[in-house]
Write a protein that binds this ligand. Structure first.
Ligand code: HEC
Length: 156
């Protein structure tokens, strides 16, 4: 009897742990989603910053590094869209403008414009002249969205 109780108790613990893990995977807290989108943006910023530096001649051109960075920017640019979804306008300090949630279609269009230009980066990165043009085009889409949808200061 005693052993059976222990076994049942262990089962209950295991079930609770599994449920908690599943829940965490399905519905991360807004706070975590906001931090995650900022992390992605920061990596995009660092990787693209290097490409922009090469395009401007501020950083020596390096083909291998450029192609790698371009691939990362392309891959990462596919991640943020759902992280600007409903309910993710607050929950942690953020620079995301409130307008994102009042005109989601326009924001989505700005994101897609960036993704469209970013797709051209990996092929362009293997040559300094084509990289210069492609990085310039991508940079305009970053700036365009930041001008419209990113606040200068963190808000909560
Ligand atoms: C569709 C809109 C949009 C596009 C396109 C976009 N961003 Fe952003 N970006 C944002 C928003 C909104 C934030 C603020 C997110 C937050 O704080 O929650 C942000 C934050 C950042 C940050 C974090 C730094 C900070 O101010 O805290 C960096 C770096 C960044 N973006 C770089 C880029 C780069 C580089 C590109 C182009 C390759 C780009 N972004 C394209 C909307 C955009």
């Amino acid at each position: 009897m005693k052993l059976r109780h222990i076994a049942l108790a262990l089962c209950a613990v295991a079930t609770t742990a599994t449920t908690a893990t599943t829940y965490a995977q399905q519905a991360p807290k807004p706070e975590d989603q906001i931090r995650y989108r900022q992390s992605i943006m920061n990596v995009i910023g660092r990787q693209f910053g290097m490409l922009a530096g090469m395009a401007k001649g501020e950083v020596p051109y390096n083909k291998e590094a450029a192609v790698k960075a371009a691939g990362l920017v392309e891959t990462l640019s596919t991640l943020p869209a759902p992280l600007f979804g409903p309910g993710l306008d607050k929950g942690a300090p953020t620079k995301a403008g409130a307008k994102i949630w009042t005109e989601p279609d326009k924001f989505k269009a700005a994101l897609e414009k960036m993704q469209g230009e970013v797709k051209k980066l990996p092929a362009a990165a293997s040559d300094p002249a084509t990289l210069k043009v492609a990085a310039g085009d991508v940079g305009k889409t970053c700036k365009g969205c930041h001008d419209d949808y990113r606040e200068k200061e963190f808000r909560n």
